[in-house]
Write a protein that binds this ligand. Structure first.
Ligand code: ATP
Length: 338
């Protein structure tokens, strides 16, 4: 089977975690007789310095023509790269699973929820302007985008088949208009899903409850910036950003990437954990499987291999071990064959 994957190596620790992930993809190719055509495309800070643009048109064109895109973090130009790509390619759903992993220092061992975040509007729409003595931003929330992401979240709650519970997270008591539109849209969509329990929660309460009782969440449905912030908090419940993967999903295209940024504090030290990107690749194969590719076994193989390596105590420094980024990639690749 042939799969065209556009790869953005990104900035900071991006290139090193990409290399470790490629090691794993090569192992999967051999084991499952796949042909993964990795098409490298440029974007981010280094691309900006070299070409004068953080997101060249050629990059967008190649991503459009590929089956899927795998992306490492980019640095300071993230707003010009991933935020733009989400809007240009209409990748309206940002999906960030949070799952307790065995042998990882998690807050509890029964955490299993997913944050479904609206990805194209809200405060990240980019409408910022100067005003006298400061600046202002416009928060855009539409019924169309809110209903679309709510539909996605309810379908996900059904397909996960766990608690079948969606909680809409908002701040409608203060942002009455924008969060009001979001919340009303969620309640309207909820009527169609009688088999899914629905409630809502203020974002400050959600931030607290994620620490107090994370095991009670199943699907968290929220707006762009709230989702961005809560996902970093969520990652910390289950081992930190080194394990946190995500997908930006549209109807026709998807981009998978680690939750974290370019981590300039550890770049070049071979300390970065590539599992964030390897688990993003796992999500990528899961998504490809929903579109007809026979790759469910591939995502399962990544998952099992990651669990096995973690169980053997071989980890990068963020999880208490001493493996380098490259060694971690090689360990997972080796495990795929066993
Ligand atoms: P950026 O400005 O690009 O968002 P940042 O350093 O502000 O970068 P993150 O890159 O998200 O934000 O990193 C936050 C912290 O988590 C840093 O201390 C970083 O070293 C650590 N971190 C992030 N990703 C990883 C990883 N894959 N492995 C180990 N530590 C990581």
């Amino acid at each position: 089977m042939n799969i065209d994957i556009a790869l953005i190596r990104g900035d900071g620790i991006g290139p090193e975690i990409s290399e470790a992930t490629l090691e794993v993809l090569r192992a999967l190719e051999q084991k499952f007789r796949l042909q993964l055509n990795i098409i490298e495309v440029e974007a981010g800070d280094r691309c900006l310095a070299k070409n004068g643009r953080a997101l060249p048109e050629e990059t967008v064109e190649i991503i459009r023509k590929s089956d899927v895109c795998l992306k490492a973090p980019v640095g300071k130009s993230a707003a010009e790269v991933i935020v733009k790509l989400r809007q240009m390619l209409n990748l309206y759903g940002n999906v960030r699973p949070t799952i307790s992993m065995p042998y990882v220092n998690c807050l509890r061992d029964d955490i299993d929820f997913v944050i479904v975040r609206e990805n194209t509007e809200g405060l990240y729409k980019g409408y910022e302007f100067d005003v006298e003595d400061g600046a202002a931003a416009i928060r855009v929330i539409t019924k169309k985008a809110s209903s679309r992401i709510a539909e996605y979240a309810f379908r996900m709650a059904e397909s996960r088949n766990k608690m079948k519970k969606v909680i809409a997270v908002h701040k409608a008591n203060v942002m009455k208009k924008t969060c009001g539109v979001f919340l009303r849209s969620c309640y309207d969509v909820a009527k169609k899903y009688s088999g899914v329990e629905f409630s809502d929660m203020l974002v400050d309460a959600a931030a607290m409850n994620l620490i107090r009782q994370p095991q009670t969440f199943d699907v968290i449905l929220t707006t762009n910036m709230f989702g961005d912030i809560l996902s970093d908090e969520a990652a910390q419940l289950t081992g930190g950003l080194g394990l946190a993967a995500s997908g930006n999903i549209g109807d026709e295209m998807a981009i998978f990437e680690p939750v974290h940024g370019s981590a300039p504090d550890i770049v070049g030290k071979e300390k970065s954990n590539p599992l964030s990107m390897i688990l993003s690749a796992k999500m990528m194969f899961e998504w490809l499987a929903t579109r007809g590719s026979q790759v469910s076994e591939v995502s399962r193989s990544i998952n099992e291999s990651v669990k096995h390596v973690l169980a053997s105590g071989k980890t990068t420094p963020d999880l208490g071990g001493s493996l380098s980024t490259e060694e971690m990639g090689k360990e997972i690749a080796r495990q795929i064959f066993s």
